[in-house]
Design a binder for this molecule. Structure first.
Ligand code: KG4
Ligand code: ZN
Length: 342
């Protein structure tokens, strides 16, 4: 007898990407992401504009995801959506749509914690992507979060360390802004860094607790360094962009790796995953891979499309919930703040 096909629709709308995905038994059939270009002109996400764009995008994006998956909407077994954390107006659009759609189709609703979903993306069924065994550690690095999480089961997570101020994605984006690069600057720093010398300039690393992160001092250090360089040579940024980006990226990745090494030492766990938008960064991906030989770690690096915000990660979290019979009632509400262990 063939295995029953469990089709799950995932909806993600926590920040500035509207996304919908269909999974069948944990395999991705479609993962549609509509980026909102409108924010680039403002140098950051404008919440009000994000909510409006979600409202315009949500139906076409869901329609496309179902079409691409080549199924009929009546085959869906459940609707999973991002409950939080995120921008309230953005979350409300996805939450309200998910509720209406679930009621319309008469299928269960599953509220998903966005931070857990970034981590659970590692359980998407993909060829050549082994799933991490429990317990494992995950370095979750995004525009809003920087934390080391210990995962003992799909929905049992504990924060071992987190940032005391800025998230690492903000450190990338704010550094990029200082350099006059458009938002979001993280991917651009990565791009220019490929051509630069990572040891051209040195920046001071923060001195905080073993598993804690801090990036606000680094940002100030970079700002002062650039101001000084420009005062001496007005073309300083243009002439040295690649080296500046490579040095910033090198420092940030060193900070992340130092903390991971501390976490491995404290827990004895050597299965190490990364998740979140910044896990798209080529340097952290490279250095982590090298850590396999260097430190005897087994590393889990997500496929590029499951690093930044996407609905496939919401759908896999939904599928895992579905298998455990965990559903949400229709009076569930969006939450702007939500920890990974909630
Ligand atoms: O997870 P995500 O898509 O959204 C949040 O939940 O925050 O992460 C977005 C963050 C942004 O700060 C962006 O600049 C950063 O991820 N990012 C990168 C790269 N790609 C995305 N940072 C460094 N290098 C990259 N290649
Ligand atoms: Zn995210």
């Amino acid at each position: 007898m063939s295995k029953k096909s469990i089709y799950i629709l995932g909806i993600e709308s926590s920040c500035d990407d509207t996304s919908a995905a269909v999974l069948c038994n944990g395999k991705v059939l479609s993962n549609v992401v509509a980026n909102q270009e409108i924010h680039t002109a403002y140098g950051g996400v404008v919440p009000e504009l994000a909510s409006r764009a979600h409202q315009q995008n949500i139906i076409p994006v869901v329609q496309q995801a179902i079409q691409k998956a080549n199924i009929d909407k009546n085959q869906l077994k459940a609707i999973a959506f991002t409950q939080g954390p995120g921008l309230m107006g953005s979350l409300l659009v996805g939450t309200s749509f998910a509720k209406s759609f679930a009621i319309g189709l008469n299928v269960p609703l599953i509220a998903v914690n966005h931070m857990q979903a970034h981590i659970l993306a590692h359980f998407i069924d993909e060829e050549n992507h082994p799933k991490p065994p429990f317990p494992f550690l995950c370095l979750t690095i995004s525009g809003g979060h920087t934390q080391i999480v210990k995962i003992t089961d799909y929905f049992s997570m504990e924060i071992l360390g987190a940032t005391l101020d800025d998230a690492v994605g903000e450190a990338f984006d704010k550094s990029a802004k200082i350099l006059g690069l458009p938002y979001p600057g993280g991917p651009l720093i990565d791009k220019y860094a490929q051509l630069g010398n990572p040891k051209a300039y040195q920046f001071t690393k923060p001195k905080v607790g073993k598993l804690a992160f801090s990036f606000s001092g680094l940002k100030t250090g970079i700002l002062r360094f650039i101001q000084k360089g420009v005062a001496e040579n007005s073309n300083f940024i243009n002439e040295n962009l690649n080296d500046i980006c490579a040095s910033i990226q090198y420092t940030i990745v060193e900070i992340l790796m130092d903390k991971l090494k501390n976490a491995v030492k404290e827990t004895g766990i050597k299965h190490i995953a990364i998740a979140g938008g910044v896990s798209a960064n080529s340097e952290i991906r490279k250095v982590l891979k090298q850590a396999e030989k260097k430190y005897g770690w087994t590393t889990y690096i997500p496929k590029f499309e499951y690093t930044t915000d996407n609905a496939a990660m919401i759908a896999i979290a939904g599928y895992l919930s579905y298998q455990q019979g965990i559903f949400s009632s229709t009076d569930v509400v969006s939450k702007a703040r939500m920890k990974v262990d909630e």
